[in-house]
Every structure is written in structure tokens, then in C-alpha cells.
Write a protein that binds this ligand. Structure first.
Ligand code: ADP
Ligand code: MG
Length: 306
């Protein structure tokens, strides 16, 4: 039996809420396969399209109150968690496995001195004209950038996670045999102000948040499930080569050579390396949702180790 943190990618959830309600039924099966095999499971998930949708809905609905970005993130954790706990709960019940599933609204602590705050880079929400953009920058203090000729957009920082406020409750649930969903969308980013935690408009990469919770809970394995079965070098070219194993020095070399796309495969490889490097015996696995069980059995996927 292993303690496993699973990071679910966008393909596990689909795009719209109705699509998601169907998608999670398929997502639940490979997850419950692992629970059935006796593993302790903590799940994190992305929220890019979902938080974008919530943010856009409030921005464009005339009479809606202003909805700050951290609150949008918390809302996305809520409804994604609802769908996942509903579908996984149903699948557990169908297999007569007596466990409960809890989605925890998770606050992830970031450092206000993180360099990312000086260089907001993650575009969120809709596109605006130059005039609208200038007005938003002035009235709301938003950072705005011109996004690839398509118009102006708000950008927020993407800091690295330093701690998870709910780690003790998450550990308690897992120690007691329950299934936990946490750090959805990378968690709601908060900074410490004395004794309080304050939500900040930022986006934490869900692959790094998953790595952090895996470290804090002393997991054996970090499993990043995405749309591809393995990590490749020369991805999408004639010389494409799928990797079964990757050690840290080789991964560093491939990163330098630019094999992993920033914003998609690069954060996964970096999170996988960080976890594998943190303590002897730890490994990470990157594979597809469908192949999770085969990946754990060593039949496929990319294993990242020291
Ligand atoms: P997720 O929603 O799971 O985080 P992303 O789209 O962010 O998914 O990242 C996974 C995608 O990264 C893959 O589906 C693939 O298209 C892309 N990708 C970029 N570089 C590579 C690579 N070197 N090997 C495999 N996949 C890669
Ligand atoms: Mg991603």
C-alpha cells in the first residue's frame, strides 16, 4: 500500500459544468481502481477553464457584484469538488468500498516576496480594448498586457506554493482511511499577515501545489495524470521519443534543450523532479488517466526518479 497524491489534468474534467458532470464518471473509475488496490489517495486538480468561466460570468453580468479572483478560485474548487466527490462516492458505493470522499477548500500559502509578484505573467479573463484596459488599470489597479495581438487582458502572478493551511485536516482524513480532494486549481493563494491569511489575485500551478501536498503528507508517489501516456523529447516532431524513465540530471539537460513546453509539460516535469529529489525512495509518475493503474504497475508512463 502506498500513499499517492494524484494531480488531475484538464482532460479529467471537461469544459462546461454539464460536460464535467459526465466526464467525472469516467475519471472516477481509474481512481477507484487504485483505492480498491489499497492505496491512500489524495487528489488535486486543475481549474483553468472553470475559474475563467466564473470570472467572466461575474465581469459580464451587469448587476452582479464584483467577485474578487481568490473568491472565483474558491467557487471553482467547490463545484469541481462537488462533482468529483459525487462521482467517486458513487463508484466506491458500486464496488462496496466503505470510504467517504471529502473535497477541502484549500488555502495555499505563498510568499509575498515571491519574484512572481513583480512580474505578473498569467493571463486571466476576457479580452479588452486599449481604452478599456487603461481604465481598468487605473480604476482597479489591475496589471494589463497585450496578449498576442488578440487584445488586452488582465495578468496575475504565478507564485510557488510554500505551505498549505489545511494540511493537518487533510492528513487526519487520509490517516483515517478517507479519500481527499484538495488544492483544487492549485489552491486559493493566500499570504500571511500576522495571524491571518489574506487571499491574493494569483494562480498557483496545480502541478506544484500537488507536489507540495505530496511532500507535506510524506507521500510515496506523486502521480500526474494528463492527456499523454508518457513524456516525450522532440515532442510532436519526426524524432519524437517517448520516455519510460527519467533521472534528474537527464531531465535538467532536456529542460535546457527546451523539450518540455512551458505552461504544459514543463511544470509537470519540474514538480515531478522536485518531489523525487526531496527524499530518498520517492518517485513521480507522469501518465494518462486511463493508464494510471498500468503506470503504477510499471507497465507504462514516465517514472521520474533521482
Ligand atoms: P493538464 O491539463 O493535464 O495540466 P497540459 O495541457 O497543461 O495538461 O499539459 C499536458 C500536455 O503537454 C500534453 O497533452 C501535451 O500536448 C503537451 N506537451 C508539451 N510538451 C510535451 C512533451 N515533451 N511530452 C509530452 N507532452 C508534451
Ligand atoms: Mg496544465
Amino acid at each position: 500500500m502506498s500513499r499517492i497524491v494524484i494531480a488531475l489534468g484538464g482532460n479529467a474534467l471537461g469544459k462546461t459544468p454539464l460536460e464535467q458532470r459526465e466526464a467525472v464518471k469516467h475519471t472516477a473509475k481509474p481512481i477507484v481502481d487504485l483505492i480498491e488496490d489499497g492505496h491512500e489517495i489524495i487528489m488535486a486538480h486543475g481549474n483553468g477553464p472553470q475559474v475563467g468561466m466564473i470570472n467572466l460570468a461575474f465581469e459580464s453580468a451587469g448587476e452582479a457584484p464584483e467577485m474578487p479572483f481568490p473568491e472565483c478560485g474558491a467557487m471553482s474548487q467547490g463545484y469541481i469538488g462537488f462533482h468529483l466527490q459525487n462521482a467517486i462516492g458513487e463508484e466506491l458505493h458500486a464496488r462496496n468500498i466503505n470510504k467517504s470522499v471529502a473535497a477541502i477548500v484549500t488555502q495555499v500559502v505563498v510568499d509575498e516576496k515571491d519574484q512572481a509578484f513583480k512580474n505578473p505573467s498569467k493571463p486571466i479573463g476576457s479580452f479588452y480594448t486599449k481604452e478599456e484596459s487603461d481604465k481598468m488599470a487605473e480604476e482597479k489597479g489591475y496589471d494589463m498586457i497585450e496578449d498576442a495581438g488578440r487584445g488586452y487582458r488582465r495578468v496575475v502572478p504565478s507564485p510557488i506554493p510554500v505551505d498549505i493551511a489545511e494540511k493537518d485536516i487533510i492528513r487526519n482524513l487520509v490517516d483515517n482511511g478517507q479519500v481527499v480532494i484538495a488544492c483544487g486549481g492549485g489552491g486559493v493563494p493566500v499570504i500571511r499577515e500576522g495571524h491571518s491569511l489574506k487571499g491574493v489575485p494569483a494562480v498557483i500551478d496545480k502541478d506544484f501545489a500537488s507536489e507540495k501536498i505530496a511532500e507535506l503528507l510524506d507521500a510515496d508517489l506523486l502521480v500526474i495524470l494528463t492527456a499523454v501516456e508518457k513524456v516525450a523529447i522532440n515532442f510532436g516532431t519526426e524524432d519524437e521519443e517517448w520516455l519510460s524513465e527519467l533521472d534528474i540530471p537527464t531531465a535538467e539537460k532536456y529542460i535546457e534543450e527546451g523539450h518540455f513546453a512551458p505552461g504544459s509539460m514543463l511544470p509537470k516535469v519540474r514538480a515531478a523532479m522536485k518531489f523525487a529529489n526531496a527524499k530518498t525512495g520517492r518517485k513521480s509518475l507522469i501518465t494518462s488517466l486511463e493508464k494510471a493503474k498500468d503506470g503504477l504497475a510499471g507497465k507504462t508512463g514516465t517514472i521520474i526518479k533521482k
